[in-house]
Design a protein around this ligand. Structure first.
Ligand code: SF4
Length: 299
């Protein structure tokens, strides 16, 4: 028997949280932007960092989205097999997207493939995009909301290297992507790298990588070292905020990996932009919740 009141409660929270994510950046991103601004010596770059901060303040005061591009709304769900609304979550998140589109308001960004029609609701076939991980025996649900912009994370790239290309091939691929289409996104970027066995597994992991906090590290020390070296190398490019030169190119590089087939190295890159609109919320089985990505939120 479905508890309709509980479904409505969770839909209301997810509606407000999704709309909120469009307006206020997560705490780790705000801190990193302030740190990069503090270290920047280039005058033009500092003007841009200041205008980014003003943009955020204005979005907050006017209660409006901080970027015109809603992106495509994606939910990454880690849900326990005993979470009471497991079977209702897909409908809850779809309704939350519809509600957030009105509440935000959020620009309409879902175009049905082949029909080439904007649905006018930010929903459509398989949109919002849902990514599922089931946690056996658990009774909570942690949901990442991500607004994947048309300039930033959606034009990701993925390939499969031959084993002889090794980890040098991974580095080459990351630099090729960032120096070609990387500046389509508004820098400084959070670069997600997936190292895996196939194009699609690496692509998924590269997206998971940009959901991780800025400044966090891969648990394997060799992968963590590669994150640091890639960050230093990409910063030496001096792409700067909005791609107009400066001391930094990136907010960081996060790598996620899996074991791989001995004859392939799948590698993928997803880039988050400076307006990296993601949020993490954890629901307990009684639907009390905690917002993990932003400080001091009142929905
Ligand atoms: S890259 Fe980010 S900040 Fe720039 S337009 Fe896209 S969503 Fe907005």
């Amino acid at each position: 028997m479905v508890d309709n009141a509980a479904v409505q409660d969770m839909t209301d929270v997810m509606t407000k949280f999704t709309a909120y994510i469009g307006k206020r950046l997560p705490t780790d991103v705000k801190s990193k932007l302030a740190e990069l601004r503090g270290n920047e010596k280039n005058e033009m770059a500092n003007v841009i960092y200041d205008s980014m901060a003003e943009n955020q303040d204005a979005a907050d005061k006017l209660n409006r989205p901080s970027c015109q591009d809603t992106g495509v709304i994606q939910y990454f769900v880690s849900v326990g097999s005993k979470f009471p609304l497991l079977g209702e979550l897909e409908a809850i998140l779809r309704d939350a997207t519809l509600g957030a589109t009105k509440l935000g308001p959020l620009r309409h960004n879902a175009v049905e493939a082949f029909d080439e029609k904007n649905t006018g609701s930010n929903t459509g076939s398989r949109i919002p995009w849902l990514d599922w991980e089931i946690m056996p025996g658990e009774d909570s649900a942690t949901i990442e909301v991500y607004m994947a912009g048309g300039g930033c994370t959606l034009p990701g790239a993925s390939t499969v290297l031959m084993p002889g290309q090794g980890y040098e091939g991974v580095v080459d691929f990351v630099f090729d992507v960032i120096t070609s289409r990387g500046v389509n996104a508004c820098p400084p970027l959070l670069v997600g790298v997936g190292v895996s066995t196939a194009a699609e597994t690496a692509a998924r992991l590269s997206k998971k990588a940009i959901l991780r906090s800025v400044g966090s590290h891969h648990p394997n020390p060799k992968a963590a070292k590669m994150e640091t070296l890639l960050e230093e190398g990409l910063n030496e490019l001096g792409i700067g905020p909005q791609g107009l030169t400066g001391s930094s190119s990136v907010m960081g590089v996060n790598i996620e990996s899996s074991a791989r087939h001995p004859s392939t190295i799948g590698v993928a890159v997803s880039t988050g932009c400076w307006a990296h609109r993601r949020g993490r919320i954890k629901f307990n089985s009684d639907l009390t919740y905690e917002i993990l990505s932003h400080e001091g939120v009142v929905l």
